[in-house]
Design a protein around this ligand. Structure first.
Ligand code: ME8
Length: 511
């Protein structure tokens, strides 16, 4: 079932103290695949990404390199914009938390919370981690550090507090009533048991530094960076104007995609802030897993953060996009290794899909005057393969609705496998002399299967899919999912000269 319901999807907004790396690329590509998928499925999509620019961590990083926070922020925010371009990300908007539209919205939300009696001024004494930009209870510390391993410092200052403790029951009721609000299931259970364990009021302002949004009416305080950051998801839609087209069309968000490290902020604090301000909580927060690199955690000390540019330069863009979503069940942790990428690239892409496309297109070029052949009378194996292709969109849609990218790709590659077996069994090169009509039926069947494959891989590998669809001379207007059923290839259409789509990865000889 397709639906024309609007679809709003977001990435986390990334901290500008760091340069983009594999982890950021992963979340962003996953969101891009969903955004593209929904657009091809006829939905009105808004896809948001951006940068998180305030807070003590950014202020400290700027000081460490001897520039102003604004300078660091401008420079590094550009890096994330470039990452999006490099990865062929189809975001509709890119929000920066230093933009006036955002600052205005955050202050309006603050005032709304204050008006509703959800905020009070008090004194904070407790542990704070600048790296995590998070407060911790004494009993959460592990060997004197945050559970993430980050250093913590003792903090005592006058702070504003949000009455989070009052939201425990309403949060639990929201999770109960919306079983899909937190995914995957295991993460939902973790969040629910955290909330059942009791919530303390949350400090939401700071006075010991100044790189942030001033608290309305008390500019000695800046707003806690997580409250500031989370609100980007609605300021980008025009909040506080709740009547605006964007806000009324796209809120609540269909999906906030996050790494498991920041689930608590999105699944506990964020819905509480929203409900407290009289706004609807998101429909789903999905926490994906964590990549290691060649078996090791990415860290500053190991200096093993892989920049997205290095990935794309080494393997090519679409192979990277494919690998990231094919290699792991989405939600689980996994390891990024050169060997694994090359295995997928040369196996799944070059050998399986690339060869199939190349063989079929070259045979059509040579034996059918480079025109889409006439289907003529089809035999049982032809219709069986075409039926498999026609049934595939439904299977892929189901997997995508469950964010099971790897299963979606696996099901697409099952058809690639069937098509390759069919080529071998039908041996159209043998038929070219003896039974040209039969050869044309076989090549037509294969070309139609290629059309299905190309359209279904579009969200994952837009550039390669485009090349293949160009080679099949599929008109621009017939490249969405509706066209799968309604716009089969037309016999006689002239095709361009075939060109390989997925080159093999050849190892550089070691010096
Ligand atoms: O947390 N594996 O920003 P951030 C997989 N500004 N994903 C990874 C990863 C890894 N090893 N490392 C990072 C922030 N990520 C806040 C968010 S949202 C309102 C504010 C991805 O720059 C993953 O999506 O530290 C993670 O959640 C995000 O980068 C953290 O990015």
């Amino acid at each position: 079932m397709t639906s024309d319901r609007p679809f709003f999807i977001t990435t986390p907004i990334y901290y500008v103290n760091d340069l983009p790396h594999l982890g950021h690329a992963y979340t962003t590509v996953a969101c891009d695949v969903l955004a593209r998928f929904m657009r091809l499925d006829g939905r009105r999509v808004r896809f948001l990404t951006g940068t998180d620019e305030h807070g003590q961590k950014v202020e400290q990083s700027a000081r460490a390199v001897g520039v102003s926070p604004q300078e660091l922020t401008d420079r590094n925010s550009t890096g994330f914009r470039e990452m999006a371009r490099l990865l062929d990300i189809s975001n509709d908007d890119f929000i920066r938390t230093t933009e006036p539209r955002h600052i205005r919205g955050v202050q309006a939300l603050w005032q709304e919370l204050e008006r509703r009696g959800e905020i009070y001024l008090g004194n904070f004494a407790g542990w704070y981690s600048v790296r995590d930009e998070a407060f911790y209870d004494e009993n959460e510390l592990v060997d004197g550090k945050a559970p993430s391993g980050a250093d913590v410092e003792w903090l005592e200052e006058e702070n504003y507090f949000f009455r989070l403790s009052a939201w425990q029951d309403r949060l639990l009721a929201y999770y109960e009533a919306n079983p899909d609000a937190i995914a995957p299931r295991g993460r939902r259970n973790e969040v629910m048991s955290f909330v059942r364990g009791g919530l303390r009021d949350l400090s939401i302002s700071r006075t010991s530094f100044s790189w942030g949004i001033p608290v309305p009416g008390n500019p000695k305080h800046v707003i806690y960076v997580w409250l500031d950051a989370l609100v980007n998801y609605i300021t980008a839609l025009g909040y506080p104007d709740r009547e605006s087209y964007d806000f009324s069309t796209f809120w609540p968000a269909d999906l906030h995609m996050v790494g498991k490290d920041i689930l608590r902020f999105h699944a506990v604090y964020w819905p509480a802030f929203l409900m407290a301000a009289g706004l609807e909580p998101p429909r789903c927060v999905f926490a994906h897993g964590w990549w290691t690199v060649e078996g090791q955690k990415m860290s500053k000390s190991l200096n093993n953060f892989i920049p997205p540019k290095q990935l794309v330069d080494t393997y090519g863009l679409d192979p990277v996009r494919y690998f990231l979503l094919r290699e792991l069940p989405f939600g689980s942790d996994g390891d990024f290794s050169h060997r694994a990428v090359v295995g997928r690239l040369n196996g799944d892409l070059a050998n399986d899909f690339g060869n199939l496309a190349q063989r079929v297109l070259v045979m059509i070029n040579r034996n059918c005057e480079a025109r889409v052949p006439e289907a003529g009378a089809l035999d049982a194996p032809d219709t069986a393969l075409l039926e498999a292709a026609r049934g595939l969109p439904k299977t892929v849609r189901t997997h995508i609705s469950e964010r099971a990218f790897h299963l979606a790709l696996e099901s697409i590659w099952r058809l690639v496998g069937e098509a390759n077996r069919y080529v071998d069994e039908q041996a159209p090169w043998v038929l070219s002399r003896s039974e040209p009509e039969r050869m044309r039926a076989v090549l037509y069947t294969l070309a139609e299967v290629l059309r299905h494959l190309a359209i279904l891989v579009e969200p994952f590998m837009p550039g390669s899919a485009r090349k293949l669809l160009d080679q099949l001379a599929v008109p621009e207007a017939s490249r969405d999912f509706a066209a799968l059923a309604h716009a089969p290839l037309v016999a006689g259409t002239q095709l361009p000269k075939p060109e390989g789509i997925f080159p093999r990865f050849v190892e550089e000889p070691a010096d």
